[in-house]
Design a protein around this ligand. Structure first.
Ligand SMILES: N[C@@H](CCC(=O)N[C@@H](CS)C(=O)NCC(=O)O)C(=O)O
Length: 328
């Protein structure tokens, strides 16, 4: 044990040096003794389940949450998380077709002009927290409301950091890459083979990283022994592989994992927010898929034009009472 550890235990100002030396000696013997060493694994396992005070923020009030969303991978990540946590929440459906996500009232909650966004008014007294970014919202929800660690791990444990790692990997890699595969494969006004291949291949490479990870973890989940927000985040995109032109069935473990997640009741409910998720079944028909892509292409191009002209600049600090007006 380091000198720092033993000598810093007892502050100099509190006792005479002879007594201090004796107490420090006893502490030292204890720390190096067999009892303490035998207890170490047990103590570290207890420590893993103690949540630091700073993250114990569960309010005693009933959650008052509004989710602004659409039935897309990023939106479904958050609705599945809310359902898995069993939290009460209201939903406001955002029409991407009408580019509602670029309207001023929405930009006050989410300056990025993309769904999902979330407003938490649980604290009451007019206080509210506005969130954008699906990954950050999932982290906020688990840190605040997952007191039984149903889909997360206590702050600071190795599993907590592993979950963070997969969340970052998903939000910086899988989501953006598969999103670009969607764009080039389905929406781009001209077919650019290079772009299509580049993003489909990169999505497949990322799926193989998931496959490898799932094969190595005996629990069949990405982290530890349970489904976490990292699984939910990745699943929400893998579940849309068909739309990006990716055949996920070549990844055996991934397909089993996807099926297992799809069978969970909370996941089924989350997928049906804000309206029943019928798209996957409908898109089996090429005609339906082309029709949907054609409609989407229109709003995407209109949205691009609006953003080119500075359409997503808003003051997030302003009051979001307009959200209420729009929710009604
Ligand atoms: N990094 C953001 C991405 C959000 C995002 O791109 N959302 C899409 C739907 S999945 C969207 O709102 N698209 C509308 C648009 O591009 O204007 C997140 O994870 O929340």
């Amino acid at each position: 044990m380091s000198r720092w550890f033993t000598s810093s235990r007892i502050p100099h100002t509190l006792m005479g040096s002879a007594y201090k030396a004796r107490v420090n000696n006893q502490l030292n013997n204890f720390i190096h003794g067999p009892f303490f060493l035998l207890m170490l694994p047990r103590l570290s396992s207890i420590a893993r389940h103690i949540r630091p005070f700073s993250t114990t923020k569960m309010s005693s009030q009933t959650p008052n949450i509004l989710l602004l969303t659409t039935g897309t991978p990023n939106g479904q990540k958050v609705s599945i998380t809310l359902e898995e946590l069993g939290l009460p929440y209201e939903t406001k459906s955002i029409s991407l077709q009408k580019n509602e996500q670029k309207e001023d009232w929405f930009l006050k909650v989410c300056p990025n002009g993309r769904i999902p966004a979330l407003v938490d008014r649980t604290a009451g007294e007019g206080k509210e927290l506005n969130f954008m970014e699906s990954g950050a919202i999932m982290q906020y929800l688990t840190a605040t409301y997952d007191k039984d660690y149903k889909i997360s791990y206590p702050y600071g444990t190795p599993e907590y950091w592993e979950t963070q790692q997969w969340m970052f990997w998903m939000n910086a890699g899988l989501g953006p890459m598969q999103g670009q595969a969607n764009h080039f494969y389905r929406y781009a006004p001209e077919k650019i083979e290079y772009g299509i291949n580049r993003y489909i291949n990169e999505t497949k490479r990322l799926y193989s990283v998931l496959e490898d990870r799932l094969a190595k973890n005996p629990s069949g989940w990405l982290v530890g022994d349970r489904m976490t927000i990292a699984d939910i985040a990745c699943f929400s995109w893998v579940n849309w592989a068909f739309w990006a032109g990716v055949d996920s069935t070549e990844f055996k473990k991934l397909t089993e994992w996807e099926k297992r997640i799809n069978e969970r009741e909370a996941v089924k409910r989350g997928l049906d927010v804000p309206e029943p998720f019928t798209m996957k079944a409908k898109m089996q028909s090429k005609e339906e898929a082309d029709k949907y892509a054609e409609e989407s292409r229109k709003w995407i191009m209109q949205g691009n034009d609006k953003e080119k002209n500075g359409g997503t600049i808003a003051d997030q600090t302003s009051n979001t009472s307009e959200v209420d007006a729009k929710s009604n």
